[in-house]
Design a protein around this ligand. Structure first.
Ligand code: G1P
Ligand code: ZN
Length: 541
């Protein structure tokens, strides 16, 4: 079997979601092969094992799927399971790894980043629990990328990715499977499909925007076919290599059409969207956007209405920058709420240990112990299950939740593609200032504490430091600063602002207005305009 000589690339450090770069970077000779070989070299005991392979269908997906199959064969795997067409949503890949007791999986995706020849591509490895590789493994992979001198690739013809069935690649078995079937079976187990079908039958309407990305086929099969939402409920339901030229990020900027529809008098009862690889979600009721932070809290509070969670939940977990709305629900339920660093992998140990059942991030990721990734369609189905049981509109459910628990006004301001050095200096200046912030008055509030978030994993004892600068106020308000770990150009500064409002008569202000003082303080304290040259954020969510 051919062994190809190569030299290391210096930039192959996997971030929170694997290695993400521009397509042209991945198209360099040996680039993707080097990274895949570094992954395989880091996996002890892979001999004869099964590997799941799939991607979100973006430009360059098919080429890399074929390379991954041939390299898996040359690296001693016994079998690969590949989604038909090289497609698998991230949560479906996680499910498949778990269900087939595979050794792990290679997922090709740059999530919500744009695709096409000028867009982004990405490769990540998920372990046998179905979740993103832990830091110890990504560190090992990175170390390997710096010393690699050759890679192994089977000299075999391309696999026919479009026909479900079994074939061979060298001595390895190559199974092409329906990307939707196993995932759909899991959803049918978790949720009350009869109740949701009855809801649709009673005239309930939905608009699901697949954003020309991976969830289209899943949404067509589950929402339209299995649950009987009317034909045409799913739009942009065919995965395209360039996502139709759109940015497949289901937020209020990139899913503005859906948002506008939901706020208009033509709005269906429920609007939702998912991102490039199907792990994020956007939930909008008629006339009511649900922030991702609120969504985690509301799903946790109502999860018992779905069969899978009828016995109650063990705990809730949220990433540090996510609002504290979920904490209040956990408190009322008498379960623990874990606060983890940004990135889904930190939920994995909690889920594996049975400490948490529902997890979520402010960045539109919500999920549970059913897989080890966040799951866009899962969130949509849990919302539908809750609505089917409560027989209330999203708007009423949200209002009732705030009345009961109070409202956490919340917003994130992103400064994208800023100069990397300027961004690092801005963060350093904040860190230097931390000891002096305590007791200061900002935005008419007193700073109770300020720190750089560090996390000690309660299960495996691993530590994560410097995960974001937090300014915590006496009234529970917070300002958080961190640099994105997923961007591909320059740096992205994220500023998260939150204020708690217990008074039901003050819970219906416009979010940016409700947070205006804190937003101004956040940008003043960090000297954002001077240090980044930007007077306004590029994206507000
Ligand atoms: C972003 C989100 C984070 C999420 C990650 C992967 O990371 O903020 O919550 O886990 O994408 O989807 P960031 O760019 O902030 O590092
Ligand atoms: Zn994603």
């Amino acid at each position: 079997m051919p062994v190809v000589a190569t030299t290391p690339f210096s930039d192959q450090k996997p971030g929170t979601s694997g290695l993400r770069k521009k397509v042209v970077v991945f198209q360099q000779p040996h680039y993707v092969e080097n990274f895949l070989q570094s992954i395989f070299d880091s996996l002890d005991g892979r001999e004869g094992q099964t590997l799941v392979i799939g991607g979100d269908g973006r430009f360059h997906n098919r080429e890399v799927i074929q390379i991954a199959i041939r390299m898996a064969a040359a690296n001693g795997f016994g079998r690969v399971i590949v989604g038909r067409g090289g497609l698998l949503s991230t949560p479906a890949a996680s499910n498949l790894i778990r269900k087939t007791k595979s050794f792990g999986g290679v997922i090709l995706s740059a999530s919500h980043n744009p695709g096409g020849p000028d867009g982004d591509f990405g490769v990540k490895y998920n372990a046998g629990n179905g979740g993103p590789a832990p830091e110890s493994l990504t560190d090992r992979i990175f170390a390997r990328t710096r010393e690699i001198s050759s890679y192994r690739i089977e000299d075999a013809p391309d696999c026919d990715l479009d026909r479900v069935g079994s074939a061979a690649c060298g001595a390895m078995k190559c199974e092409i499977v329906d990307p939707v079937a196993d995932y759909q079976a899991l959803m049918e187990k978790l949720f009350d499909f009869d109740a949701i079908a009855a809801l649709f039958k009673s005239g309930f309407t939905i608009r699901f925007d697949g954003m020309s990305a991976i969830t289209g086929p899943y949404a067509h099969a589950i929402l339209e076919k299995a649950l009987g939402a009317g034909a045409g409920s799913v739009i942009n339901g065919t995965p395209l290599p360039d996502f139709g030229g759109h940015h497949p990020d289901p937020n209020l900027v990139h899913a503005k059409d859906l948002f506008d529809l939901m706020m208009s008098d033509k709005a269906p009862d429920f609007g939702a969207a998912s991102d490039g690889d199907g792990d994020r979600n956007l939930i909008i009721g008629r006339g009511q956007f649900v922030t991702p932070s609120d969504s985690v809290a509301m799903l946790a509070a109502n999860a018992h209405l779905a069969p899978a969670y009828a016995g109650g939940i063990a705990g809730v977990a949220r990433s540090m920058p996510t609002s504290a709305a979920a904490d209040r629900v956990a408190q009322k339920l008498g379960v623990k709420c874990y606060e983890t660093p940004t990135g889904w992998k930190f939920f994995g140990t909690l889920l594996d240990a049975g400490l948490a059942t529902i997890c979520g991030e402010e960045s539109a990721g919500t999920g549970s112990n059913h897989v080890r990734e966040k799951d866009g369609l899962w969130a949509v189905l849990l919302w539908l299950n809750i609505i089917a049981k409560r027989r209330q509109s999203v708007k009423d459910i949200v209002a009732e939740h705030w009345r009961t628990y109070g409202r956490n006004y919340y917003s994130r301001h992103d400064y994208e593609e800023i100069d990397s050095d300027a961004a690092s200096r801005l963060m350093q200046a904040l860190r230097d200032r931390l000891p002096r912030l305590k007791g200061d008055a900002l935005a008419g509030k007193t700073v109770a504490n300020a720190d750089d978030f560090a996390y000690l994993d309660p299960v495996d004892g691993s530590e994560a430091k410097a995960q974001g600068v937090r300014i915590l106020f006496e009234d529970g308000s917070r300002i958080v600063y961190r640099l994105s770990g997923t961007g591909t150009v320059g740096a992205t500064l994220r500023i998260y602002v939150e204020r708690y409002e217990p008074d039901p008569t003050r819970q219906f202000l416009e979010t940016q207005q409700a947070l205006a003082d804190l937003i101004k303080a956040a940008s003043d304290v960090a000297d954002v305009a001077k240090r980044t040259g930007r007077n306004a954020p590029s994206v507000i969510t």
